[in-house]
Design a protein. Structure first.
Length: 354
């Protein structure tokens, strides 16, 4: 049987560029090289698409100096990638794309839209589910109708901050301090702040506005940070893993706590109050299906001491780094990283055939 060609995208223009480069090394290591020839394409923070030769180049970041540009063609008749090497142009047909891209301009439906135009099967959620899941405000609007509890919130638009006193008054009429302030459309907790008073609230709103024009102010939830992995969707059964717990080495699990603080820990199969694990799993499946998820997602919750389960957010291209919860949860469930990656790629191609 002849090999298929798999295009692996990594990097990207978002604040999660470095995390994507960390994730993709693990994904590449676990792709079955007997089944797939790989075409590695890195996207720089400036938006240049560059053909990459090896994992070594990704690790030492020398891939950014590559001279062969790559263009994923939206022409569905081509179904491939144009490689531009000086005056020479070569079309490489692609059977499947694995977009290991986190955050904006990668996980938010933009690249997924390009792949839909190209007619090339790709791993992960589609345009709609990627877009609404990336945007915390619109995720909340969808979850509001599910009967799944989530943190109460006040939406704020950037232009409204010209009348800061009115905004802070609206928040204070709804919540007591502390509150959390988040940009609606940003990843890995970028721009997220805790505010314990009006001055901090004003500073947090301005910081969130640097990242997005839509902002959420949420009530503070005191609970354990619990994550759950989802696999499947579309015409395939939705499978839900067990749960894992984040022990953040900070007031909350922000970008630095996730990736730069060795004191942050993950616990697999934590003991939760009676029935809470199943409630998390049921809610994860409900949220995934409500956003029309397919392929994979990680769904995050808080669990209070009395067993109350509160939805936090959904990530449609969860991290695959050495410390990422998504692949570890499936390993605990008996699905190795090799099998997980292979299943995701096979499912992508099957979904397009269907």
């Amino acid at each position: 049987m002849s090999k298929k060609t798999a295009v692996v995208l990594f990097g990207g223009q978002s604040s999660e560029h470095v995390v994507s480069c960390m994730s993709v090394v693990n994904v590449i290591d676990h792709i079955n090289k007997d089944k797939y020839d790989l075409l590695l394409i890195g996207i720089t923070e400036e938006g240049h698409w560059i053909k990459t030769e090896s994992v070594k180049e990704i690790r030492d970041e020398s891939w950014k100096e590559g001279e062969i540009r790559a263009v994923l063609s939206p022409d569905a008749g081509m179904k491939g990638v144009l490689l531009l090497d000086g005056e020479k142009t070569k079309l490489v047909k692609a059977d499947v794309v694995f977009p290991v891209l986190h955050g904006l301009l990668g996980e938010d439906g933009t690249v997924q839209g390009l792949l839909e135009l190209s007619g090339i099967p790709y791993v992960g959620c589609g345009v709609l589910s990627s877009a609404v899941s990336m945007d915390k405000l619109y995720t909340k609007i969808i979850v509001d109708d599910l009967g799944v509890r989530q943190a109460a919130y006040v939406p704020v638009m950037r232009h409204q901050l010209k009348k800061m006193d009115a905004i802070t008054a609206r928040v204070e009429a709804r919540f007591q301090y502390p509150v959390f302030v988040k940009p609606s459309n940003a990843g890995s907790s970028k721009g997220v702040s805790r505010a314990d008073g009006r001055k901090e609230l004003e500073e947090a709103l301005l910081e969130a506005a640097r990242h997005d024009r839509k902002i959420l102010v949420e009530e503070m939830i005191v609970g354990r940070e619990i994550e759950c992995a989802v696999l499947g969707g579309g015409n395939q059964p939705v499978k839900v893993s067990g749960v894992g717990e984040i022990l953040a080495a900070a007031q909350f699990y922000d970008f630095d706590a996730k990736y730069h603080n060795a004191d942050s820990k993950t616990v697999l199969a934590p003991v939760l109050p009676e029935g809470a694990t199943e409630r998390v799993r049921e809610a994860a499946k409900a949220v995934f299906q409500a956003v029309d998820g397919r392929g994979l997602a990680r769904v995050d919750f808080f669990v209070k001491n009395d067993g109350t389960v509160i939805f936090n957010e959904i990530n449609t291209m969860p991290g695959f780094t050495a410390i990422s919860m998504y692949p570890m949860l499936w390993e605990t469930a008996g699905i190795s990283k090799d099998e997980l990656v292979d299943r995701l790629m096979e499912d992508a191609m099957r979904r397009f055939d269907e």
